[in-house]
Design a protein around this ligand. Structure first.
Ligand code: AHM
Ligand code: MG
Length: 325
C-alpha cells in the first residue's frame, strides 16, 4: 500500500508525546501550495507564465512571474491557518504577520517560494524551500525575535524539487523522507524512506566561473578535489538551482559550495530560507553544513535576508574542507 506524506507525518507525530496534529495541518498548507505551483510550472510555456513580472525583490533580483505566483500560493495557503504567527519569504522585504488571538499563532514559517527561478525559462529544475519554527515565547507576534532564531531551533524543514518528477523531502528531526508526487492521484507518496547521504561522494558542485574570486582556501580545496589528492577522481555538476544541486548531493554524496566572491562577500545564499533548512536536512541525513568556520545551524541570525557562505554535503568532503588551512 502507498504512504502519503500526510499519513507519514501523522504516524511520526504519534511518536511524539503531546503532539496535537497542528504540524500536519501546516504541512498540508505547504503541500497544497507546492501542488498549485507545480501545476503552473508544468504549463509555464503554454500560458504566458515565463519571464519577468516587471518588479525586483528585496535582494534587487528580477522577479519572475512564477516567483510571484509561488509566493502568493504559500502566503494564501498558510495565512489562513490559525497556528501561523508569521511568514517570512524571500520575496517579501518584511515578515508577514497576522492579527490572531494571543493564544493562536504558535508557528513561524520561512520560505523561498521558487528557488532557481532564472532556470524556468529554459525548462530546468526549480524548487521550493521551507522551514518551521515555534514562535519564540513573547505574545507580540510582530517581534523579530520570533524569526531570528538559530537553525538548530527548526522544528521541521523541507524542499520540493520540480524536476522530471516532483519530489518533496522533509525532516522533523527524526530522519529524512522523500515523497514523489503521483499526478494520477494528486498526492505525495513515500518513495525515499529514511534517506542517508553517502559518507563521501565523487561530485563537487560550485559555480566555477567565479573561482578567480574565491578566497585562496576554497581555490586550494577545489584543486585538491580535482587532483585526485583525496583518493578518488571527482567530477563536477552545477545546475544553478540550489534545490536541484542539493537533492543530487543528498542522494549521491559529494559537496556543494557557494563561497564568498567579490560581488557577494558574504556568499550569495540566504541563511534563513536556503542554508538553514538544507543544513537541517543534511545533518539529519548524516551529512554536514558549514559556513567555512562553523556549523550553519549555530549561526545567530541578525537579519531575515542575511547571506552566508555555504558548504554542504557528505561528512568526509565537508570535514576535509574544515580541516584545510
Ligand atoms: P534565487 O533564490 O533568487 O533563485 O537565487 C538562488 C540561486 C540558487 O538556486 C543557486 O544555487 C544560486 O542562486 C546560483 O547562483 P549563481 O548563478 O551565482 O551560480
Ligand atoms: Mg533561492
Amino acid at each position: 500500500m502507498i504512504t502519503t506524506v500526510q499519513q507519514h507525518l501523522l504516524d511520526m507525530q504519534q511518536r511524539i508525546p503531546g503532539a496535537r496534529g497542528t504540524f500536519s495541518w501546516l504541512l498540508s498548507g505547504i503541500t497544497l501550495a507546492t501542488k498549485m505551483t507545480e501545476a503552473k510550472i508544468r504549463r509555464a510555456g503554454l500560458s504566458d507564465l515565463i519571464g519577468a513580472a516587471g518588479a525586483t525583490n528585496v535582494q534587487g533580483e528580477v522577479q519572475q512571474k512564477l516567483d510571484v505566483y509561488a509566493n502568493q500560493a504559500l502566503l494564501h495557503c498558510l495565512g489562513v491557518r490559525d497556528s501561523v504567527a508569521m511568514l517570512v519569504s524571500e520575496e517579501n522585504e518584511e515578515p508577514v504577520t497576522f492579527d490572531r488571538s494571543p493564544d493562536a499563532g504558535e508557528y513561524v514559517i520561512v520560505f523561498d517560494p521558487l528557488d532557481g527561478s532564472s532556470n524556468i525559462d529554459v525548462n530546468v529544475n526549480v524548487g521550493t524551500i521551507f522551514s518551521i519554527y515555534r514562535r519564540a515565547g513573547a505574545r507580540d507576534t510582530s517581534h523579530p525575535a520570533h524569526v531570528l532564531q538559530r537553525g538548530c531551533c527548526q522544528v521541521a524543514a523541507g524542499y520540493v524539487v520540480y524536476g522530471p518528477s516532483t519530489i518533496l523531502v522533509y525532516t522533523t528531526g527524526q530522519g529524512v523522507f522523500g515523497f514523489t508526487l503521483d499526478p494520477a492521484i494528486g498526492a505525495y507518496v513515500l518513495s525515499h524512506d529514511n534517506i542517508r547521504m553517502p559518507e563521501r561522494g565523487s561530485i563537487y558542485s560550485v559555480n566555477e566561473a567565479n573561482s578567480d574570486d574565491f578566497p585562496r582556501r576554497y581555490q586550494t580545496y577545489l584543486a585538491r578535489l580535482r587532483s585526485g589528492d583525496l583518493g578518488r577522481k571527482y567530477t563536477s555538476r552545477y545546475v544553478g538551482s540550489l534545490v536541484a544541486d542539493f537533492h543530487r548531493t543528498v542522494l549521491k554524496g559529494g559537496v556543494f559550495l557557494y563561497p564568498p566572491t567579490k560581488g557577494y562577500p558574504q556568499g550569495k545564499l540566504r541563511l534563513l530560507y536556503e542554508a538553514n533548512p538544507l543544513a537541517f536536512i543534511a545533518e539529519q541525513a548524516q551529512g554536514l553544513a558549514v559556513d567555512g568556520t562553523k556549523r550553519i545551524l549555530d549561526i545567530e541570525p541578525h537579519d531575515i535576508h542575511q547571506r552566508t557562505p555555504f558548504i554542504i554535503g557528505s561528512r568526509e568532503e565537508v570535514e576535509v574542507f574544515m580541516n584545510s588551512p
